[in-house]
Design a protein around this ligand. Sequence first.
Ligand code: SF4
Length: 373
Amino acid sequence: MFRPMPTPYDPASHIRTIYLDQECQDSPLAKSICDRASVPVKLLPPRTHPPEQRQSPHGLTLGKQNLLLCNNRGSFFKPCPGTKEYCCCDYQVLNIGMGCPMDCVYCILQAYLNNDWMSFFVNTDDLLSELDLAFQRTTQFWRIGTGEFSDSLAIDHLTGLSPILINYMRDKNGMLELKTKSANIKNLLDLDHNGRIMVSWSLNATRIMAREEIRTASLDERLHAAKTCGEHGYKLGFHFDPIIYHEGWQEGYTATIKALFATVPAEKISWISLGALRFLPALKPFALTRFPASTFFHEEFIIGLDNKYRYFRSLRVEMYSFIVNLLRQYVADHTCLYFCMESDEIWQECGFKPGESSQLPDNLDLAFQQTPL
Ligand code: SF4
């Protein structure tokens, strides 16, 4: 019997107040965001920083209810801050704002950002000018993503940014990846994207998604959103990141992978990444104060070459091998499976050919180009 999907939870409904930098009060984009959000809007004197709330980790819990609209005075467009010690995929990051209204226990941004409020940059003309310069400087095929310091789509129905970016990318020598844990795809469905856009979802074991990813879309909602995007000609990506060791992890990741391929056509998937949990030392006390019932931080970790904690090599290889072997039963020939921030030795121990990790940027470009619309 046909069972319609219930309307997914709207993470933006968590926002209680918009703070508008006075400098941006004439920005048409800022005005339209304030109009679309039915919450109070408060003006802040130019360049005022949000009140300092970092005295308590709980400030971030409150901060996720506040959205600051302001201009970005730094760069929008940078290479991904991958570390030179591990294999890197040569990805470019487009910074559209900071933070998100969802709340993942493992979110690295908790330890990384220096203010608790979500922010969104409304000077999109500057963003596009910077992109213009970047595209003029090179003939390289850019792989660009907006999901590094924020979620690409969680508040997109307020900001209206995805139509701007998708329209811009239509005739560029590159692709844009919109990475999300939401099912907020309404803005995408009627756009002419010319095959330059990938929509991707972070996935995890069923128990991790249910317990450690607060206010995110359920597995069912993410997969149905992905299926719908595929039907609208978008290419798809998935990220098993962070892979978290927990009792029943094999069953949990198996259930997610089976659900993925039961819902989404394999040929629409350009790439699937895997990355085991890694975190800055500062994150653990911060996250455990906010989420004392979480247990996964109490496992044993080593400090990696990038000064982040990670699982012992043997456990990483065990989990990666299990998940890769399972994925290989389902993926299309053109789909690129890869590890985020691992050495070539780990790739080989998990069944990849020697040197395959160093071909990753080319393999990702090829996988994207070979994925049918
Ligand atoms: S969705 Fe991403 S940015 Fe938002 S809390 Fe989770 S990990 Fe952090």
